[in-house]
Design a protein around this ligand. Sequence first.
Ligand code: MD3
Ligand code: FE
Length: 203
Amino acid sequence: RQQQLAQDAFVLRAFATPYVAQLLPLLETIQQASPFRHLVTPGGFRMSVAMTCCGALGWTSDRRGYRYSAIDPDNGRNWPAMPDIFLLLAQAAAAQAGFDGFLPDACLINRYQPGTRLTLHQDKDEQDYAAPIVSVSLGIPAMFLFGGHERSDKAARVPLFHGDVVVWGGVDRLRYHGVLPLKEAEHPLLGGQRINLTFRKAA
Ligand code: MD3
Ligand code: FE
């Protein structure tokens, strides 16, 4: 089932389900090389989401700002490579939503635990706003906030479940969005957490 949130924004329910068994062991390997960490914002706040990355570029933040970097600042090495199956999933989802030829170079991996949230923000650290963003939800459910082009615009609430994929691009690429504080729950494969993969073309 495909739900259209706006002109260029789509929820593909359970699209990632056939990939999950292959994704989980790869996520394990990635986090062994580059463990989840709580980044600090330029304003000095510790993010409640824990993050890691794979791919040629990874998103990171510290007191100096937000940026994409080829190097994991915690270990001085390149981020783990993006597994082929991650890329295939992101490309298949993008194509399903009408974005052919998506070639992400960055996969941000967010880990949410009960109480974790992501306040309304825009994704604008990427060079090329023409490329879409693909987001894969795994584990316990979250309530996603789908806002407008001003922070003050009223945001719609969209529940996201294990296996759901969201694709955003075009005129909806710079919408404000966020995640409400996660409610306590248990997922048979992932336990009491939610993992979100966000594929982007950063460079
Ligand atoms: C809507 N992550 O990492 S991904 C983020 O569930 C982030 O972890 C959320 O927002 C999460 O920056 C949501 C979905 C998403 C990503 C980019 C968007 C939604 C978007 C850009 C425009 C509109
Ligand atoms: Fe975002």
